[in-house]
Design a protein around this ligand. Structure first.
Ligand SMILES: Cc1cc2nc3c(=O)[nH]c(=O)nc-3n(C[C@H](O)[C@H](O)[C@H](O)COP(=O)(O)OP(=O)(O)OC[C@H]3O[C@@H](n4cnc5c(N)ncnc54)[C@H](O)[C@@H]3O)c2cc1C
Length: 340
């Protein structure tokens, strides 16, 4: 009772990375709260195939719902699994990926249970809360932290009265790590028909097209990111050359994507991808909060900018004050020379 739950997404029998990232975070939250970490997975023919992808992240109890019709994902059966299980288990926290599935499932579950849900959280913490209006004090609430009002503020959202406290988090925002401590690792296989009425299976997926990611931006160790200061598509070709030399990937700010110089799937930030590379080279990027939200946890940040007061310089470890079109070819030239 009152445990932390993570809904694990699958593709066939493969547990998605975002779910493993959330399990890692969920374990930390559960430890802080002194409760168990539970996980739910639902699919077809998954028994014996998904447990090893979930338990190592510190799960105390895993609920595996295995039945025909549970994969590919459709809204009704998965919603009923969570709603009916949560009526029994009464979790205090539920985390889902801010994915196509999580964005469909989360609101359905939260509205059925009249709980709250915060989408696209960038941080999750446990803390106390004093309601100034009622004078009530609450211990150990889930702080659901995310940019708000167009990203101009970072809001901490709490849900004092309703349970579960639900949050979605995008892929790549949290980092996954196998749990080093001891977890109970119990696995149960509930009878699916007890949770899902047959009418839920009315929607059948006839055809499905899944496109693999075209780049490795999310897990690249080095990212060469360009902004509006890169100035053109040709400028981005230079960044691609530098990225190739460094065995990295090209990223971009939204302004560069909007200008049509680079594909949208390379956008980094609040409405793009979150990256944690060892080295992040920001070329002609001013460093607005919405961009920084997606790269601030990079190991070393190098900023190339012709404005010495560009906001990104404040979080950069190294600043190269100059024009991208002059600095980048020099970086390529000297890197080539020195790496021979
Ligand atoms: C709801 C919302 C969500 C958003 N989500 C995102 C997001 O996910 N990702 C994102 O990036 N943005 C996002 N934005 C947009 C964000 O607010 C900024 O507008 C954007 O990040 C600016 O991009 P930029 O730094 O490339 O451009 P600019 O702010 O125009 O900065 C260009 C920089 O390049 C420098 N420069 C110019 N010429 C040169 C040169 N020749 N050499 C070197 N430096 C030069 C300038 O000094 C400046 O610092 C979002 C905005 C909103 C409202």
């Amino acid at each position: 009772m009152n445990n932390v739950f993570v809904y694990c997404e699958i593709e066939g029998t493969t547990v998605q990375e975002v779910s493993q990232e959330l399990l890692t975070k969920g374990r930390k939250l559960a430890n802080k709260l002194g409760v168990d970490l539970n996980a739910i997975v639902a699919g077809s023919g998954i028994k014996g195939k998904v447990e090893d992808q979930i338990l190592p992240y510190g799960v105390d109890k895993l609920f595996v719902f295995d039945a025909e019709g549970l994969f590919p994902y459709t809204s009704a059966p998965h919603t009923d699994i969570l709603v009916n299980l949560f009526k029994e288990e009464k979790p205090q926290v539920c985390l889902l990926g801010a994915t196509v599935i999580g964005r469909d499932l989360g609101p359905r579950v939260s509205s059925s249970l009249t709980s709250g849900l915060t989408a696209d959280c960038t941080q999750l913490e446990i803390g106390d809360y004093d309601d100034k209006k009622t004078g009530k004090h609450y211990d150990n609430l889930l702080y659901q932290i995310r940019p708000a009002f167009g990203g101009n503020i970072v809001a901490t959202i709490v849900n004092p009265e309703h349970r579960p406290q639900m949050a979605t988090v995008r892929s790549g925002v949290m980092q996954k790590a196998i749990y080093e401590g001891q977890a109970k690792g119990e696995v149960v296989y509930p009878e699916v028909a007890k949770y899902v009425p047959t009418t839920d299976y009315v929607v059948k997926v006839i055809d499905r097209h899944v496109e693999a990611a075209k780049n490795n931006l999310k897990s690249a160790p080095i990212v060469v990111a360009g902004g509006y200061g890169v100035g053109s598509k040709e400028g981005f070709e230079q960044l691609a050359l530098l990225a190739k030399e460094l065995h990295g990937e090209v990223g971009a700010s939204r302004a560069a994507v909007d200008a049509g110089w680079v594909d949208h799937d390379r956008q980094i930030g609040q409405t793009g991808v979150t990256v944690h590379p060892k080295v992040y080279i920001a070329c002609g990027i001013s460093g607005q909060i919405q961009h920084i939200a997606g790269m601030q946890d990079s190991g070393i940040i190098i900023s190339i900018n012709n404005d010495p007061d560009a906001p990104i310089n404040k979080i950069a470890d190294y600043v190269i004050n100059g024009n991208v079109e002059e600095v980048v070819p020099k970086l390529i030239k000297y890197y080539k020379q020195n790496s021979k």
